[in-house]
Write a protein that binds this ligand. Structure first.
Ligand SMILES: [Zn+2]
Length: 302
């Protein structure tokens, strides 16, 4: 590997971070980096890093054409895995969006809006100190344990559709988890500060670790540990998400708010939402494993 490549690689990575303003802007810089990476005939490990970097920061906006730029230097196994995960995650997010669009147009027979559903579910579970509020953004719904609010996107908050009811019940599922000190949610909340620290550092430490893998392998090991924290977080997220959906659906069923065919659709919508978390967790585990292989490979060469 030539010396100048180190600097240009690092500089381009900084540029991608700096242009965090809009996805389009970031995408254009990423395209430049990948084009340049192809011309340089980069080190195999650096190409794995760049492809994972692309996956992580542009999972939803990433296009297959971006991937094509890094193909030439990629080992076939890594190329196959990257394509597989891009394919699966694009498919799942497309499916989730189309399901939500479809079920947003199915009115509930009860005529209750997402807000009303959420408030009733909280009351039925004996929760009186949680506020239901509206926040901007598409699929931006979440429960915030810090200030005890169920945050619903405008679409979910004010519409009386099957999709809105499903999302509102799921978010209240998190509020019930919080109120009943559900173990996995508590564990997830405890990890948040560690994840915030490691996610700010991980890409830099990994980049440094890969560039210096032969002289200073401990840096890559540090990056792997930081990455491991975010992987652990995405794995602990799984039981939390599945359980919130289970609680939401159980309540929708017992409160007799939906007809059987509406309930089936609500269940389907939440299943696809859960699948996005599964894909993210599996992709994170596979990536962690790739970095571990690079580290072990370099160590065995010594
Ligand atoms: Zn959730």
């Amino acid at each position: 590997m030539k010396g100048g490549i180190f600097y240009r690689g690092a500089i381009m990575t900084v540029l991608i971070f700096q242009t965090d303003r809009t996805p389009e802007c970031k995408g254009a810089f990423l395209n430049e980096t990948l084009k340049w990476a192809e011309q340089q005939q980069l080190d195999e490990n650096l190409i794995i890093y760049l492809s994972n970097f692309t996956m992580y920061f542009n999972l939803l906006s990433m296009t297959p054409s971006m991937m094509l730029f890094i193909m030439p230097g990629m080992p076939p196994g890594v190329m196959f895995l990257s394509l597989l995960f891009i394919g699966i995650s694009m498919l799942v997010s497309w499916r989730l969006k189309s399901k939500f669009k479809e079920y947003s147009e199915v009115p509930t027979s009860s005529g209750m809006t997402g807000k009303q559903i959420a408030e009733k579910m909280l009351r039925d579970n004996g929760i009186y100190d949680v506020q239901v509020v509206s926040v901007d953004g598409f699929l931006s719904d979440h429960y915030n344990p810090a200030n005890k609010t169920v945050n619903l996107s405008p679409e979910v908050y004010s519409s009386a559709s099957v999709a809105a009811a499903a999302v509102a019940a799921h978010e209240c599922g998190h509020a019930v988890q919080h109120a009943t000190s559900y173990r996995w949610l508590a564990m997830r909340s405890k990890l948040v500060p560690a994840v915030q620290i490691s996610s700010g550092l991980v890409q830099w430490v990994l980049l440094g670790g890969i560039l210096l893998v032969n002289g200073f392998p401990a840096l890559l090991l540090g990056g792997i540990i930081l990455f491991g924290v975010t992987t652990l977080f995405s794995v602990i997220t799984l039981p939390v998400e599945f359980d919130a959906s289970r609680r939401g659906l159980a309540w929708l069923n017992s409160a007799a708010i939906m007809r059987p065919q509406e309930f089936t659709k609500a269940k389907d919508a939440l299943w696809w939402a859960a699948m996005t978390y599964v894909v993210a967790a599996v992709a994170s585990i596979v990536t962690l494993f790739q970095y571990l292989m690079i580290y072990l490979g370099a160590r065995n060469r010594d």
